[in-house]
Design a protein. Structure first.
Length: 495
């Protein structure tokens, strides 16, 4: 979350990002004051960095009680203060100080109040920055990716589309699906999910470590997983779509105001949902998103229209590529229901134990194998954190296996596909190649380091190598000799 904040996902990060959009690197502070309108909100005089205080300042029109404020994800609670790394707190505090600058200019009472006095201990155990933001910006310039750096890497059109998707993704999604989404895709995707679910359940019978009761409960849970594919229906109804954005003011003149209005608007929408019954059909990703997710508390999986495209899926692709692409993604999301966190929720999405102790112990032994396996991998000399990435690695491995078995079942039912001309690969090999291909990527060393520290997914290279080196089918079809890197003789298998 911390890194996402820097890229504009939280109000604070966003304001800073929005304000810095066109700033020359060397003079950010001065330009900020030229760019931003002056706000003359009366700032309540409160000591310290109270979260209610911050929210009041950000969204003065928002009628929230302090209790509701504490539940807001972007605010510091006491608990967070006391248990968070000092570097993170420093960075957060720096944002807030900059925010105060943005709104009131340097040297105002707000700025002075929010900048903690380094000499004064407050007895609460809170961490304070050891130096001012200006000094720290100077000294950290070699290690920190600045907003200006990010800008130089990201083409403007991507920034613009990203922002439009972040703020009006369902409206954008309506245009996107009308243009690109094949109505048959929904049925085809549903059928594939069922094929992969069946393969997953069949594999449960082969797992010697599971007791019969837990096995049956796992099958029940797999059956109960429901799916949402493509987009929510409301986006194709102009009236309903308008209602969703009712109250959000957008203009052509000011990017800053658009983003500011959006966060004001979305905070109001979020606060209105507090203590209401959760809706099962609510989408957390917009239709153009090239991603998918599993919701443990709903036992549901979601595949936005964006991921139902090449290279993950195409009507014209060989089945081997579709199963290796979107099939593995589907298997991955299904397996999340049974990873180290998802397994704690029952088929209705309630956090409730449903495992026999003996199976739980075996599960933990097997997951420990994966922790050790992935902890051996390194990027630029820096280790992957096998514990931080465990859930995703379980999902990657289970997903690949279920999708491959589903592909073999498809072939048994429908017969072998023709082989692609001019590609000297069997269809089984093509399946694995298609899987590996979706992880082709390139990143800077800084970005790779950031991923190792913050991402719950393994680096793309090891999402491929880690899973394939655990796959007997892969070793068989690529004839990897025993003892070779991809067939080392010791495999980890959970699902
Ligand atoms: Zn995942």
């Amino acid at each position: 979350m911390a890194e996402a904040g820097r890229q504009g996902r939280t109000p604070v990060g966003l304001l800073q990002y929005a304000a810095g959009m066109d700033l020359p690197q060397e003079t950010p502070r001065r330009r900020l004051s030229c760019w931003l309108p002056t706000f003359n909100q009366p700032w309540e005089q409160k000591p310290g960095l109270g979260s209610t205080y911050i929210l009041d300042a950000l969204f003065p029109s928002l009628p929230l009680t302090p209790n509701q404020v504490e539940q807001s994800y972007f605010l510091l609670t006491d608990d967070y203060y006391l248990n968070t790394d000092s570097q993170v707190l420093d960075a957060y505090l720096e944002y807030m100080v900059e925010l105060a600058y943005c709104w009131e200019g340097a040297g105002t009472p707000t700025e002075q109040e929010m900048r903690p006095d380094p000499g004064a201990g407050d007895g609460s155990g809170l961490h304070h920055p050891s130096s001012g933001p200006e000094e720290r910006r100077g000294e950290a310039s070699t290690t920190r990716i600045t907003i200006a750096d990010l800008q130089s890497c990201t083409p403007r059109w991507q920034t613009c589309i990203g922002n439009t998707d972040d703020t009006m993704g369902f409206a954008l999604g309506a245009l996107f699906v009308k243009e690109t989404f094949d109505r048959n895709s929904k049925g085809i995707a549903e059928q594939m999910i069922n094929e992969i679910r069946t393969a997953f359940k069949e594999s449960l019978d082969q797992l010697s470590w599971m007791d019969p009761d837990t096995r049956e409960a796992a099958k029940d849970k797999a059956d109960a997983i429901y799916d949402m594919i493509g987009f929510p229906d409301f986006i194709l109804d102009p009236k309903e779509l308008d209602d969703v954005y009712d109250g959000y003011e957008v203009g052509e003149e000011s990017f800053f105001n658009n983003m500011f209005n959006f966060y004001n608007f979305s905070s109001r929408v979020m606060s209105e949902q507090l203590r209401k019954r959760p809706s099962r059909d609510q989408w957390s990703m917009t239709p153009p998103t090239v991603n998918a997710y599993y919701m443990a508390t709903k036992n549901g999986i979601v595949f936005p229209a964006g991921i139902l495209q090449a290279p993950f899926y195409s009507h014209d692709h060989p089945k081997a590529l579709n199963f290796g692409g979107i099939g593995v993604v589907m298997g991955h999301e299904l397996t999340h229901a049974f990873d180290d966190q998802g397994r704690e929720y029952d088929k209705e999405g309630n956090m409730r134990p449903w495992w026999q102790n003996s199976s739980l112990q075996s599960f933990q032994q097997r997951t420990e194998c994966m922790v050790e396996q992935y902890s051996r991998y390194t990027v630029n000399g820096e280790k992957v954190n096998g514990r931080q990435t465990l859930g995703e690695n379980i999902a990657d491995n289970g997903g690949l296996k279920a999708a491959y078995n589903a592909y073999r079942s498809w072939v048994r039912l429908n017969g072998e596909e023709k082989r692609l001309p001019a590609v000297n690969l069997t269809n089984d090999q093509l399946f694995f190649l298609g899987f590996a291909q979706v992880w082709c990527s390139v990143r800077t060393p800084e970005s790779a380091h950031e991923g190792l520290v913050t991402d719950t997914h393994s680096p793309p290279r090891y999402r491929v190598i880690g899973t394939l080196s655990n796959s007997q089918d892969f070793a068989h079809h690529f004839q990897c000799p025993v003892g070779s890197p991809m067939n080392s003789g010791s495999r980890c298998e959970v699902w």
